[in-house]
Design a binder for this molecule. Structure first.
Ligand SMILES: C[S@@+](CC[C@H](N)C(=O)[O-])C[C@H]1O[C@@H](n2cnc3c(N)ncnc32)[C@H](O)[C@@H]1O
Length: 245
């Protein structure tokens, strides 16, 4: 199991993939409930915002979207309202819950696949849009993940990276740090039964690149017109990048 203080909690680290997969397998049954509880449902608004920023691409005739690290398919289901979508994740128990939600909501244009985001089973240039929500931070190799996103995106397509980031409002920064490091791990451990997972969350956010650094990494991966939108004062940020024609 990944501990916040172990090397696996760093941005790119050997052994991180299997530890992350095991961690999400353990918390899968309580993942959705905790997500909405710990964020006071703001996570739902962030996902809707992400889909709105992809709307013009998703509305193209026959558009196909990829939801990478889809987990329990919340973003997949938002994307499905506008286009056909494949959700990918390497954690089977998360996908089982996602599949139940897709079946319940009769989301006929969504399908889920078990796959590693660092080695996707798709040919180059397949997707009009690739979205990843709270997934990039969990990859064992962030640059490798960005390279795979770029590879499977069609020229003219758009990538959207939704991730926790750095609050840009001073007081919010302090309040958020207190909540994220002191309160959230306790509630998370109590509800999920996994203290490691909710200690790992704030540490992984701390180790993840800030808004400007992630923008630079996306440009290095080949994306053009890279920009970002701070959400809830920078608690999260949505980065967007295009694959040029
Ligand atoms: C915090 S959850 C996010 C789930 C979902 N996108 C959401 O918005 O709630 C992170 C997900 O990334 C998945 N993940 C991490 N590394 C992965 C990899 N290399 N390949 C595929 N999925 C991965 C985990 O299994 C987990 O389901």
């Amino acid at each position: 199991m990944l501990k916040a203080t172990e090397p696996g909690a760093e941005m790119n680290a050997p052994g991180k993939s299997s530890a992350v997969r095991a961690m999400f397998a353990e918390i899968a049954p309580s993942y959705d409930r905790l997500n909405h509880l710990l964020s006071a449902n703001i996570d739902k608004r962030w996902r809707r915002y992400t889909v709105n920023k992809l709307a013009d691409v998703l509305d193209r005739p026959g558009a196909l979207a990829l939801d990478l690290c889809c987990g329990t398919a919340d973003l997949t289901l938002e994307l499905e309202k506008r286009a056909r979508v494949i959700g990918c994740d390497f954690c089977h128990p998360m996908l089982v819950i996602g599949r139940e939600k897709i079946a319940r909501r009769k989301a006929a244009r969504a399908t889920l696949a078990e796959a590693d985001a660092l080695n996707l089973p798709f040919a180059d240039a397949q997707f009009d849009a690739v979205a990843i929500a709270f997934g990039l931070r969990n990859l064992a190799h962030v640059e490798g993940g960005l390279a795979e996103i770029f590879r499977v995106l069609k020229p003219g397509g758009r990538a959207a990276v939704l991730e926790f980031s750095r609050p840009v409002v001073p007081l919010l920064h302090q309040a958020f740090n207190f909540y994220f490091h002191r309160v959230l791990p306790r509630i998370g451990a109590f509800v999920s039964g996994s203290s490691a997972a909710y200690a790992y969350l704030p540490e992984s956010v701390k180790n993840f690149p800030d808004q400007e650094r992630l923008s630079a990494m996306m440009r290095e991966a080949g994306f053009s017109s890279v920009r970002y939108h701070n959400l809830s004062g920078g608690i999260a940020a949505l980065h967007l990048g295009e694959r040029s024609l």
